[in-house]
Design a protein around this ligand. Structure first.
Ligand code: GTP
Ligand code: MG
Length: 250
């Protein structure tokens, strides 16, 4: 670990965040920081649970899982400090809460585009969730082709003596969108590699292909749904839901 000239291991921004004076990092501040990060962790768990519950509920109703995976992450302290610095915000705990929306992040990978819409709507119908910001990069992709639905929400966590609202960034995307975004991120941030404009064009084409794939898969899903509905409405041919479920349990 690199050591600073004054003999400490902390960067200047870290010192400013944790307390005044070199080598006088206040123990209380450190505890406050740990507490804040733990609140973000709780809010993140809260959101993950909400999506797991929705997945469970929809899989019972439609006999398939709308969610194929959920990832969550807490921003590391160095990357929190880097973002505060880049945006010109003060280094303080209050500033983190006030200015950063993505300390806690939850990414929900869905089977179909329709699932993204349905899940985001179902989440927003929950009366304890407050929507702070919504960016629909599926309807309006970024110029490089990036697609996902981003939401910043405020979610309550219940502490021993109070209820506290914490912000969480949620990204909802399909498998195809995730495939593209993951590889694009890998390529773009590869060290010592010059990202040529030819590659940008190729990636944009790939984004277009992934969007087409989603569209065609959604077409198949609609067909399947229509057939299921027809079968369900045919007299005497109601699907045996419990049998379906017990089959899944085997
Ligand atoms: P930052 O959080 O500082 O990036 O700014 P912002 O909140 O205005 O950005 P935005 O909501 O558009 O995107 C935030 C997150 O979405 C990023 O941290 C990435 O996880 C993801 N993201 C956005 N654009 C891209 C992209 O072009 N490619 C990939 N792979 N991911 C992206
Ligand atoms: Mg962000």
């Amino acid at each position: 670990m690199p050591q600073n000239r004054d003999g400490s291991f902390l960067s200047d921004s870290m010192k400013e965040l944790l307390g005044p004076g070199v080598g006088q990092i206040s123990f209380e501040r450190m505890q406050e920081l740990n507490r804040l990060m733990s609140y973000y962790r709780c809010a993140m768990m809260e959101v993950v649970t909400k999506f797991n519950v929705l997945n469970e509920q929809f899989s019972l109703q439609f006999d398939r899982n709308p969610i194929t995976g959920i990832k969550s992450r807490l921003k590391t302290l160095p990357s929190i400090l880097e973002k505060l610095e880049r945006r010109g915000y003060p280094f303080s705990l209050e500033s983190i809460e006030e200015n950063l929306n993505d300390v806690a992040g939850v990414r929900v990978i869905c089977s179909f585009r329709e699932d993204v819409r349905m899940l985001s709507e179902a989440l927003m119908q929950q009366d304890d969730i407050i929507l702070i910001e919504r960016k629909d990069y599926i309807r309006n992709p970024k110029p490089n082709g990036y697609r996902s639905l981003h939401m910043i929400v405020s979610v309550p966590i219940f502490l021993a003596h109070e209820k506290k609202y914490m912000r969480v960034e949620i990204q909802l995307r399909t498998l195809a969108m995730d495939f593209w975004a993951t590889l694009e991120h890998q390529l773009r941030y590869k060290k010592d590699f010059d990202f040529a404009s030819d590659m940008e064009k190729e990636l944009f084409t790939c984004a277009h292909l992934s969007a087409e794939l989603d569209e065609r898969m959604d077409g198949l899903r609609q067909l399947m749904q229509q057939q299921n509905e027809q079968a369900a409405s045919a007299p005497g041919e109601k699907p045996l839901r419990w049998t379906d479920q017990s089959h899944n349990l085997r």
